[in-house]
Ligand binder design. Structure first.
Ligand code: GDP
Length: 618
């Protein structure tokens, strides 16, 4: 039976490997190298065996170290960059990553001629709380500008559209919200130049407004605020400004740096002013690109058309994309057969910041995948093939994000590294307390930074932000949602959950000092949903359905309500019908009695887990 929830130390993950998003690893390499250590070089094809040879060691020595890190590998398995650096460091070597088949390597070969850079249109993502008017604003801008410029013109939904205004043009990405934005970033793609944060003037700053701010900040993308729904009598734009000032978004008129525009998507008020301000902000950012070079772009939408085959919308970032160009995009290669712009017109070329629908992929690419024009069809195919091999064999490739354990090892090796955290807690009070304690930690060579803090369970969006920013997710009395847990496993993001603030601080501190002790590793064995609650003379029995994994009589359990931990403890009884049983598998119902706990409701979730001693040190 598939044991989906157990988080095994070893991940047999070949089947779920995403495309080799731009080799992650480069940015994750520790910034400072230690002098005087013997140096070795490696690239993305390195295997356990190769590494052993480079250091003149036995393969068994490396396998043992890996095992102690919780990674069971075989001698021909590929290693990811972080793991290679860590292992080499443990044996007293300074390992340098020299990528061969990556975009980075290709980019390095080309020296950008600054003289040829020309201004390009800003690419904008609209973010904000649900119902604050993101979609309405996107539609309103699209409709007003198209109607004005092209009688009867209709924009095609191709994933992005470009609008022309007096002083320039602006490109809007069609998928609003920070989830899509950060999911792209987690794949290594940053397309957005400016975030327009929509805040409804009648509602003010809400949880997703704050999330959007943190996501934009983590990406280093400037925010422009659109205070929407000012047509409503209950609109309070001044209050929005006040509230946003608490998040370092202070309006210019109050001495701050943030541009605020009061708009109404519904009544089409001030949309031209908003566009004008975006163009102004873009000028400040000096967005430029060289159109005279082979194109590079990013896939912002992809589909398989039953008649035309794979189609993708590409946003050109630099160079000019032309019909007839050969390209490689992730694991796919192709040749541009035809291109269509956002008005449905056939075009022969696309300049920087221009969204175009491209025909000619051999298979649909993934969202956020880069596209690079190459000289020949053969070169494209070779790169795609090579990447496929790397991605197939590198089962460890995704284990690349920082973990406290990794931090500890790196610290022991005397290398520097920042630690970014995303913290989630059950209530505002504990969140504040935790944030305070973390921010007050003595900062040595490792700087700890909280990039997002919020109340509630750990969501996919948190994990995605962690993946995009190389952060660790810390939960305090909260647990990850199932989808978030799966994403974390896939992306190699560490989620640590605690119930005592002191322990959070102690762990982070130990990691910074390189002293993280072996811990008991928790393995989630199953998840149960409470469908019914039965009263017996002296207790309550929860009638549950095992929705993931299984539950065993010896597991510990915790009760979750909206991903918040309500209780943690022991099983008192586990039954199927009238019989006591040792375990119950996924898809079966059971009756669960909990020791010393009665407050169970229908809709609650039980998580069953076991603890395993786990040597943490390398
Ligand atoms: P989203 O969830 O952020 O994409 O929000 P929507 O664009 O779906 O808008 C949510 C609701 O707010 C809809 O009922 C819109 O009609 C309404 N709405 C959007 N913009 C305005 C506005 O400027 N004024 C008023 N009065 N309502 C608006």
């Amino acid at each position: 039976m598939p044991d989906e929830l157990a988080a095994p130390a070893v991940e047999p993950i070949v089947e779920q490997l995403p495309p080799p998003a731009p080799p992650p690893v480069v940015k994750a390499a520790p910034p400072v190298s230690v002098p005087n250590l013997p140096k070795i070089n490696f690239n993305e094809t390195i295997t356990v065996k190769d590494l052993a040879e480079k250091m003149s060691l036995k393969v068994g020595d490396i396998l043992m170290k890996l095992l102690k890190m919780g990674i069971r590998a075989s001698l021909n398995q590929r290693l990811d960059v972080d793991t290679t650096i860590l292992i080499a460091g443990e044996f007293g070597f300074d390992a340098d990553f020299l990528p061969i088949y990556t975009e980075e390597a290709m980019l390095k070969k080309e020296v950008e001629d600054v003289g040829t850079l020309l201004p390009r249109a800003p690419i904008v993502t609209i973010m904000g709380h649900v119902d604050h008017g993101k979609t309405s604003l996107l539609d309103a801008i699209r409709e007003t500008t198209v109607a004005e410029k092209e009688a009867g013109g209709i924009t095609q939904h191709i994933g992005a559209y470009k609008v022309q205004v007096e002083k320039g043009s602006v490109v809007f990405l069609d998928t609003p919200g920070h989830e899509a934005f950060t999911a792209m970033r987690a794949r290594g793609a940053q397309v957005t130049d400016i975030v327009v944060l929509v805040v409804a003037a009648d509602d003010g700053v809400m949880p997703q407004t704050i999330e959007a701010i943190d996501h934009a900040k983590a990406a280093g993308v400037p925010i422009l605020v659109a205070v929407n729904k000012i047509d409503l009598p209950q609109a309070k734009p001044e209050r929005v400004k006040q509230e946003l000032s608490n998040y370092e978004l202070t309006p210019e008129e109050w001495g701050g740096k943030t541009i605020f525009v009061e708009v109404s998507a519904k009544k089409r008020i001030n949309l031209d002013k908003l566009l004008e301000m975006i163009v102004l902000q873009a000028e400040v950012l000096e967005l430029k690109a060289n159109p005279n070079r082979p194109a590079q772009g990013i896939v912002v939408e992809a589909k398989l058309d039953p008649k035309k085959g794979p189609i993708a919308t590409v946003l050109v970032q630099k160079g000019t994309l032309r019909v007839g160009n050969n390209f490689v995009s992730g694991l796919t290669s192709g040749k541009v057969k035809a291109m269509t712009d956002d008005h449905g017109h056939r075009v022969m070329e696309a300049l920087p910041s221009m969204p175009v629908e491209v025909l000619g992929f051999s298979e649909p690419p993934h969202l956020g995948e880069g596209l690079i024009v190459v000289a020949t069809d053969r070169e494209g195919k070779e790169i795609a093939e090579r990447r496929k091999t790397i991605s197939r064999e590198s089962i460890l490739e995704k284990r690349r994000h920082i973990s406290l354990e990794m931090l500890s090892t790196v610290a022991r090796q005397g290398k520097l590294r920042d630690l970014k955290l995303i913290i989630k807690a059950d209530v505002q009070g504990s969140l504040e307390a935790l944030k305070d304690s973390i921010e007050k930690m003595p900062t040595g060579e490792i700087v700890v930074k909280v990039i997002h803090a919020g109340v509630g369970g750990i969501t996919e969006s948190d994990v995605s932000l962690a993946a995009a920013s190389d952060a660790v997710v810390v939960g305090f009395s909260v647990r990850p949602e199932v989808a978030a847990e799966e994403l974390a496993r896939r992306e190699g993001v560490e989620i640590k959950t605690y119930r005592i603030i002191y322990e959070v601080i102690a762990d982070i501190h130990a990691a910074m000092e390189g002293l993280l002790e072996p811990e008991e590793k928790e393995i989630i064995v199953g998840r149960l949903e409470v469908r019914e609650v039965f009263k017996t003379p002296n207790s309550k029995i929860a009638g549950c359905m095992v929705t993931h994994g299984k539950i065993t009589r010896s597991s510990k359990i915790r009760l979750l309500r909206d991903s918040k931990i309500i209780f943690e403890g022991q099983i008192h009884s586990l039954r199927r019908f009238k019989d006591d049983v040792k375990e119950v598998d996924q898809g079966y119902e059971c009756g669960l009695g909990v020791e010393n706990f009665q407050d169970v409701n229908r809709g609650d979730v039980f998580e069953a887990f076991v603890k395993e001693k786990h040597a943490r040190k390398l």
